[in-house]
Design a protein around this ligand. Structure first.
Ligand SMILES: NC(=O)C1=CN([C@@H]2O[C@H](COP(=O)(O)OP(=O)(O)OC[C@H]3O[C@@H](n4cnc5c(N)ncnc54)[C@H](OP(=O)(O)O)[C@@H]3O)[C@@H](O)[C@H]2O)[C@@H](O)CC1
Ligand SMILES: Nc1ncnc2c1ncn2[C@@H]1O[C@H](COP(=O)(O)OP(=O)(O)O)[C@@H](O)[C@H]1O
Ligand SMILES: [K+]
Length: 448
């Protein structure tokens, strides 16, 4: 289920602002609809490959896009039919309907299907779940190829409600920008392959999909310390911290110390007993500290986290270290990596979709949040968000979170912005998992 990299994500309210700005800058809304309809027509033309197309049009501007696409496909010689749920309700949709010279059928039981169905029923204007009879009729088309215009109809584009669409898409053509529903579960997995038609709006880029990762090669001036010196503090399950330290080296740290463990997976990792932890924290060359992997809540964890915070080094906090650190993080640059259960425990009062909760948590704590899962969200206290859907489901195996924490440590230790470091670490993690694929175990990520 691919999705465009580094693409803007806008809510429906932000879409309307962008639309108005476009109109104010001289591009009419009908021109925007013409571009949207042309993009739909192009995609449908390629998907249909000569087979007949049925376009289902709703009453709003999503339906308007459908009428425009029908007109353009007809002009290209495609075998295209249109069926409408209701007469067009907006001026733009009325004009688009009027310019379509073919018949308009009704969406009723027994409507003959076509090999390609274009779903132009509802987009960002959906306000409530679909009526049962419409949902039932749409389910009748489930064995056809489905192209959804903007979002699969029935989906709340903002991802506030997890309404499932009756007709999941093979391809969804997002118009102007991605919407939260394209990158958040449960709706993201109903969108199929997501394509983006830019249509010329100037989209704010505060929220984006995961950028493609550039290779992070050392340059001639690199040495082990300026590539990033990483300290991973082990708890009772030292294997998890060892995975984090090894991942740190793999992800580009020049030097990794595993404190509180006597064994490490690579000879290149300095494994040393816990007594030197305080001295290591004092080392001026130290770029970042990772704490939490394999370290359940305990007094010792509390002391170790407090010492790391007091040292003022950039921190990666995972698992129980998140709860321990929260009340006293004040200003320390940090990346927190909660999975669903850890997030719910630490931020049980936050409401909204996963993007909003991640953002609110980041703002509250003053640190970068990697809210993990299949639809991982990375959020900064200043509101920046990167959505990492679709990731790699092969990561759903024990120890991969420890690897991610180590990768975060490496990116953070090399200096720069903690949000950029978190994005780079998530990108590295997903890329590595995709290279390995079937049968992945967390150890493969550090040996790859
Ligand atoms: N933004 C842009 O830059 C561009 C946007 N464009 C396109 O416009 C789309 C947004 O269009 P839109 O705002 O007209 O809303 P849309 O999704 O067609 O639906 C609204 C209509 O449906 C109705 N309705 C709602 N829920 C319902 C339900 N459950 N069951 C039944 N009815 C329901 C609602 O009426 P209501 O009953 O709520 O009063 C209203 O009549 C966007 O997704 C994109 O495709 C492009 O053309 C160009 C550039
Ligand atoms: N279904 C999935 N699809 C994609 N990524 C997933 C999926 N399930 C888990 N992940 C990723 O795998 C990692 C698991 O981390 P975590 O739950 O902390 O595991 P552990 O504690 O065993 O290391 C996270 O990076 C998470 O985003
Ligand atoms: K749609």
């Amino acid at each position: 289920m691919p999705i465009p990299a580094d693409a803007p994500i806008l809510t429906s309210a932000a879409m309307r602002v962008a639309e108005a700005a476009c109109a104010a800058a001289g591009t009419s809304l009908s021109e925007l609809m013409e571009r949207a309809g042309a993009a739909v027509a192009d995609t449908a033309w390629r998907m249909a490959a000569g087979a007949p197309i049925l376009i289902l049009c709703g009453p709003g501007n999503n339906g308007g896009d459908g009428y425009v696409a029908a007109r353009l496909l007809g002009e290209r010689g495609a075998a295209v039919r249109v069926a409408a749920l209701a007469p067009p309700a907006t001026d733009l949709a009325k004009a688009a309907r009027a310019a379509w010279t073919g018949a308009v059928e009704a969406i009723v039981d027994g409507l003959p299907p076509a090999p390609l169905i274009v779903d132009a029923l509802f987009g960002v204007g959906l306000t409530r779940p679909l009526a049962d009879d419409l949902a039932r009729r749409l389910r009748g088309f489930a064995d056809k190829r489905i192209l959804a215009v903007d979002v699969p109809s029935g989906v709340d584009a903002d991802g506030q409600h997890g309404w499932e669409p009756p007709l999941p898409a093979d391809v969804t053509l997002a118009l102007g920008a991605l919407k939260p529903a394209h990158v958040l579960l449960p709706t993201a997995r109903r969108c199929g392959t997501v394509l983006l038609a830019p249509i010329g709006i100037a989209a704010d880029r505060t929220m984006c999909s995961l950028p493609r990762q550039a290779a992070r090669s050392p340059d001639a001036g690199s040495h082990k310390y300026n590539r990033g010196m990483l300290l991973v503090r082990a708890g009772p399950m030292a294997g998890a911290a060892a995975l984090a330290a090894a991942a740190g080296l793999r992800a580009g740290a020049g030097y990794a110390v595993l404190s509180g463990a006597d064994e490490a997976p690579f000879a290149a990792i300095i494994a040393e007993d816990g007594a030197s932890y305080a001295a290591r924290l004092d080392d001026k060359r130290l770029g970042a500290v990772v704490i939490g992997p394999g370290y359940p809540a305990s007094d010792a964890l509390g002391r170790d986290v407090a010492a790391a915070i007091a040292a003022g080094k950039p921190l990666v906090l995972d698992a129980a270290a998140i709860d321990v650190a929260l009340p006293r993080l004040d200003g320390t640059p940090a990346i927190l990596t909660p999975h669903e259960g850890e997030f719910a425990r630490a931020f049980s009062d936050l409401a909204g979709n996963k993007i909003e909760r991640a953002r609110a948590a980041a703002e509250r704590v003053g640190a970068v949040m990697i809210y993990k899962g299949a639809d991982t969200i990375i959020a900064a206290p200043d509101g920046r968000v990167v959505a990492a859907w679709p990731g790699s489901p092969w990561l759903a195996t024990a120890g991969t979170g420890d690897v991610l924490a180590g990768a975060c440590g490496a990116m953070l230790a090399s200096g720069g912005d903690a949000f950029d470091a978190a994005v780079a670490a998530v990108g590295w993690h997903i890329d590595a998992a995709r290279r390995i694929g079937p049968g992945l175990v967390a150890d493969d990520l550090i040996r790859d």
